[in-house]
Structures are given as C-alpha cells and as structure tokens.
Design a protein around this ligand. Structure first.
Ligand code: IPM
Ligand code: MN
Length: 353
C-alpha cells in the first residue's frame, strides 16, 4: 500500500518521539512491502518563530494533500508564562483540528498486564479495563464566542444539532463494533447544551437497538472511570469534558506516555499522542515514545493494515515485558533505556518477527 503521511513533529519532545515512530513505520513498510512517504511540516512554537503562524498555510496544504497526518505535540513554556502573548502554539493545534474538520477524537484506554504495578489504581479495579473515549473536538467552549475585559469574561459552550448528531453517530457505530455499550457523558442537570445532547442521543438510541445506551453526569463519570473502569465500553462527550476526562483516564495505565489517539472527520485523519510536549525533557532522550508509536499503529490500522498493526502492538508489548522501558515506567532497579533505545528495540522486533 502507498501512503503519503504528513509528519508534524512540533515542539519539545515531539521531534524525538516522532523519529522513533518513523523508524517503526519504516520497519513495517520494509517487512510488508508497503511504500510510506513522509512529508514533513512545521507547526507550533517552531512555526511561530519561523513564519509567525503556529499552523502555516503551507502546513495546511501538506496535510490536505496527505492520506494521514502523524502529529506529535506543540507547546512551549515561553508562551505559557506570558499572559500577554497574542499568538500561542496551541492555537495552531486548534486551527489544524478546525481546518481539517476533525470532529471526532478517539482516545482508547487499554491496560497492559505487565504494567499493572505502575498504575495508581489497585489491580483488582484496573484489570481488563478496555474502553474508548470519543471526545467532540471542534465545538463547544473551545470555539464558542469568547469575551474578556478586566472585569468580566466568558466562554460560550455552543453546539448545534448537526454537530451533535455526527459525533453521536460515530459513537453509536463504534459501540456497535465493540461491546454494544455507550455512555453519554454530560451535565444535563445544569447546562442547556448538555440537555440538547441528551435529547438528540435519546432520539438516536432507537436507531441502534442493539446498543445499550446510558447517561451519566460528568462529575459522576470522572469518579466512575477510576472506581469502576470496567463498566465502560464507549464514552462520548463534548470537547471540554472530554479534554479533562482523558487526562484522567490516560493515567489508568500508569503513564501518559502510553496513550495514542485518532482524530477523524471531514478531511485528512490525524493521529497523535494524548500527552503534550514535555519541554523539560527536550533533548534528554528520556521521553516515552510509545504513545507516538501506538498513534502510528492506529494510523496504519485506519487503512486496514491489521496484521501490520498487530505486529507493531506485539513489538510494543514485547518491549514492556522485556523491561526495555523509559524511566517513567521502568521497574525499580531496572536498566536505563532512552527514547531511541526503546524505538530501536521495537523496530528490531518487527524485523525479526
Ligand atoms: C489535548 C490538549 C489540547 C487540548 C491543548 C494542547 C490545546 O490538552 O489534546 O488534550 O486542550 O485539546
Ligand atoms: Mn488535554
């Protein structure tokens, strides 16, 4: 298969972890006779410095022409600590999501048995957790009308029927392919936007009789995902709730550095880790590349390369079992492996198996 992949390494640890993902994709391409071409493009703080725009027009063009986008992370402390900054790296990410129409962000939460001891949860709670959070990605407060002066400020949590229907359709369809259980997470006891979500979900429920649909308030859901994670199969929720909930769920496994995601919608699909750019670790060869590598797995699986995806996932699991791990998940007294060593080990496993 020929795939033209737009590669956006971004800021902080982005370039280091991206290098590992490309290494692994090349190993897959060689082994299975595929032709993966990479078109590199700038974004985030790097792009602000070079051209004054965190998602430049040229990067947009490269993304639109590609079959898929592989994205790492953006963000730089120089902007976080400057409340006056008019242009921020994160705006590039939001622009990218909006311009590519990526309304459905798919964030799987799967545990690895050999990492149970790394989780903040007890093993009996955590065991066999396997669910997916679908976060609406281009609506709600992130994009609604905003206002700010010295006395008053607001954000608007606005959603329209078509926006809600398309994301719920994605969720119902995924639940149909999985364990037929959908949990709609909202704050319908307080928020009008949530009440519309719930009304539309109740209408659509009838079209998916084999899916058991339930409704949960976000405050309750944020408690249940860590007290009873096995309850969930597919969760669907609005942009802001999904942002917060998935930082929480990303820790269930034991490290944020393990969680990939896919963003799907109107144009080119995008694959990215859930974590950020971890600027403090830049250049130290300590960042965990697995979230980025598993994002590459989601990318190839999106194009139907299931055997390839399975081998890649086996390779990742092999590295964890063999304790070839970066410091965030290494066992006490375990050997030191850096970002590149983990990437090499996983790529070599693919060559050898
Ligand atoms: C995420 C991130 C982004 C978000 C930031 C970096 C803008 O936290 O992808 O979850 O809030 O969506
Ligand atoms: Mn987030």
């Amino acid at each position: 298969m020929k795939l033209n992949i737009a590669v956006l390494p971004g800021d902080g640890i982005g370039p280091e972890i991206m290098e590992q993902a490309i290494k692994v994709l090349d190993a897959i391409a060689n082994k299975f006779g595929h032709d993966f071409k990479y078109s590199k493009a700038i974004c985030g703080a790097e792009a602000i410095e070079m051209v004054g725009n965190p998602f430049p027009q040229n990067t947009y063009k490269i993304c639109m022409k590609a079959d898929a986008v592989l994205f790492a992370a953006v963000g730089d402390p120089r902007y976080d600590n400057d409340p006056e900054a008019k242009i921020r790296p994160e705006q590039g990410l939001l622009e990218m999501r909006r311009k590519l129409g990526l309304y459905a962000n798919i964030r799987p939460v799967v545990t690895f048995e050999c990492l149970h001891d790394r989780s903040p949860l007890k093993e009996n709670i955590l065991r066999d957790t396997n669910f997916v959070v679908i976060r609406e990605l281009i609506g709600g407060m992130y994009f609604g009308k905003k206002y700010q002066d010295n006395y008053k400020a607001y954000d608007t949590d606005v959603y329209t029927r078509p926006e809600i229907e398309r994301i719920l359709k994605t969720a119902f369809e995924l639940a149909q392919k999985r364990k037929h259980h959908l949990t709609v997470v909202d704050k319908a006891n307080i928020m009008a936007s949530s009440r519309l979500w719930r009304q539309i979900a109740k209408e659509m429920e009838n079209n998916y009789p084999c899916v058991k649909t339930d409704y949960m308030f976000i405050d309750n859901a944020s408690m249940r995902v860590i007290t009873e994670p096995r309850f969930f199969d597919v969760i669907v929720t609005e942009n802001t709730f999904g942002d917060i909930l998935t930082d929480e769920t990303s820790c269930i496994t034991g490290s944020m550095g393990l969680q990939p995601s896919a963003s799907l919608g109107l144009h080119t699909p995008l694959f990215e880790p859930v974590h950020g750019s971890w600027p403090q670790a830049t250049g130290k060869n300590i960042a965990n590349p697995i979230a980025q590598i598993l994002s590459a797995a989601m990318l190839i699986e999106h194009f139907g390369l299931t055997d390839e995806g399975a081998l890649l996932r086996n390779a990742v699991e092999g590295s964890l079992k063999e304790k070839v791990r970066t410091p965030d998940i290494q066992v006490y007294g375990g050997a030191n492996y850096g970002t590149t060593q983990v990437g090499d080990w996983i790529a070599n496993y693919i060559v050898d198996n």
